[in-house]
Ligand binder design. Structure first.
Ligand SMILES: Cc1ncc(COP(=O)(O)O)c(C=O)c1O
Length: 442
């Protein structure tokens, strides 16, 4: 099948009809950047209701890790759906939940006894981690980043710090959360220090935050995305997380790692935190782990997961169909797809850095594996330029490649991990054309 293949004006006539019905009946809170009405998909090819075929470089927002409708994942789902769809792991037992917990214990960093809690989404995984950290430590406060995204339930939202649009109208949030700086992030006032790797941002937590307004002994956990997702695909400097973990350990503060977006092999390791050899106390997983089936996981050492019977549960968590999809996904990731993420990530990085050299509006290209952000700037490479970033995004959509934005003015490259060399080249070509078209505005 030729991909991309645009056969109508966008949106096409059938899409327009569905968009109108959507507007009448679906919550207006969703932030869709352009009108793609999907009908079916395979690999990276998403066909809309008008027959237009798009190359999906969003993976359904970093979810379809094995590509859309991977035949082996579909087979597992179909077989399981014909045998046992639901029994509720909160009240009964079944093999798939146990197999899932055993597998997660094996693939997450740290060679110690672990246990897993299951929900249905990233927010539920984070919410569970938040409650568990408080419960286990009996400490009332949390730390997180002011450029982070952790989800939209009240607990996860309270940890989030990347954009006030998520909080507007919902105050008061859960009290006791203090936000600190992520290194290399646009807002961080210590960025100049990162070059010397002195990690002023960590010293600041001890010297300012703990000394002046947050007693360290009241903090249960520090919640961290190892690579910022929604906040702009920002990678911290090497050595940062090792140093942070050491500091947290010295105060008995748990390190809770949100791998919802960066996990499931996307960065070229099963979990992004493995790039720095740090073992989280609590790890949250969702999105790509089940190739599109809903599954949120909060995994912790058995010592930390010490809550009482009835303390936390979710009716649909670890649904047997989702578990079978996840077990197959993990096996596919381990048998080639993580290596492919590393290889194709290098190829994309090379192509994007060449584009950056040639166009002033591209200010930064950063990332690991298939988690790459391209930031658009104006006025000589420093000021974020959301207007241009949005224009490029829309031009790419019209050219048949679906990307998604993040941060203030960044486009994310997060294709399914099955992406081929040819598909990378097509995406780079369409992207460069859009960058070029937006580079000469008078
Ligand atoms: C790092 C991170 N944590 C949590 C979430 C929330 O996940 P969900 O939308 O499945 O609730 C997201 C979603 O984008 C995320 O990127």
């Amino acid at each position: 099948m030729a991909v991309p293949k645009i056969v109508t004006e966008l949106p096409g006539p059938i899409s327009k009809d569905w968009l109108a019905r959507d507007e009448r009946s679906v919550s207006p809170s969703y932030s869709r950047p352009y009108p793609l009405v999907a009908e079916r998909a395979e690999g990276l090819a998403v066909t809309d209701v008008d027959g237009n075929v798009f190359l999906d470089f969003s993976a359904g927002i970093a979810v379809c890790s094995t590509g859309h409708c991977h035949p082996e994942v579909v087979k597992e789902i179909q077989e399981q759906a014909a045998r046992l769809i639901h029994m509720s792991g909160t009240d009964f037992f079944y093999r798939e939940q146990v197999l899932m917990a055993e597998t997660i214990a094996e693939i997450t960093p740290g060679n110690f006894h672990k246990k897993s809690f299951f929900g249905n989404s990233g927010a539920e995984a984070v919410e569970a981690g938040f409650k568990l950290a408080r419960y286990h430590s009996r400490r009332p406060r949390m730390l997180s980043y002011n450029s982070s995204f952790h989800g939209r339930t009240f607990g996860a939202l309270s940890l989030t710090g990347s954009n006030s649009k998520y909080m507007r109208g919902f105050a008061p949030l859960v009290p006791g959360v203090t936000h600190v700086y992520f290194p290399f992030c646009f807002h961080c006032p210590f960025n100049h220090e990162c070059d010397q790797c002195d990690f002023e941002c960590i010293n600041y937590i001890e010297d300012e935050v703990f000394r002046k307004y947050v007693p360290a002994e009241e903090v249960s956990a520090f919640v961290a995305e190892p690579i910022l997702g929604e906040g702009g695909y920002v990678v911290p400097p090497d050595g940062y997380f090792q140093r942070l973990k050491k500091m947290l350990d010295s105060y008995g503060i748990l390190f809770m790692c949100d791998e919802v977006q960066s996990g499931a092999g996307r960065t070229g390791k099963m979990f992004a935190i493995e790039h720095w050899g740090v073992e989280p106390d609590i790890i949250c997983i969702a999105k790509g782990i089940a190739s599109g089936m809903p599954l949120g996981i909060c995994c912790a050492s058995a010592e930390i997961m010490d809550w009482h019977r009835g303390a936390h549960a979710s009716t649909f968590g670890a649904n047997p169909v989702s578990c079978r999809a996840a077990l197959k996904t993990i096996s596919l990731l381990q048998n080639g797809l993580i290596d492919n993420a590393r290889d194709k990530g290098k190829l994309l990085m090379k192509g994007l850095n060449e584009i950056k050299e040639n166009y002033e509006i591209v200010g930064d290209v950063r990332g690991k594996g298939l988690m790459i952000g391209v930031e658009f700037v104006k006025d000589g490479k420093n000021t974020p330029d959301p207007q241009t970033s949005n224009k490029v995004l829309l031009d790419c959509f019209n050219g048949g490649v679906a990307f998604l934005p993040c941060g203030r003015s960044t486009i994310r490259f997060c294709p399914p991990l099955v992406v081929s060399e040819e598909e990378c080249e097509i995406a780079l070509e369409v992207f460069e054309k859009a960058v070029k078209a937006n580079s000469f505005r008078f």
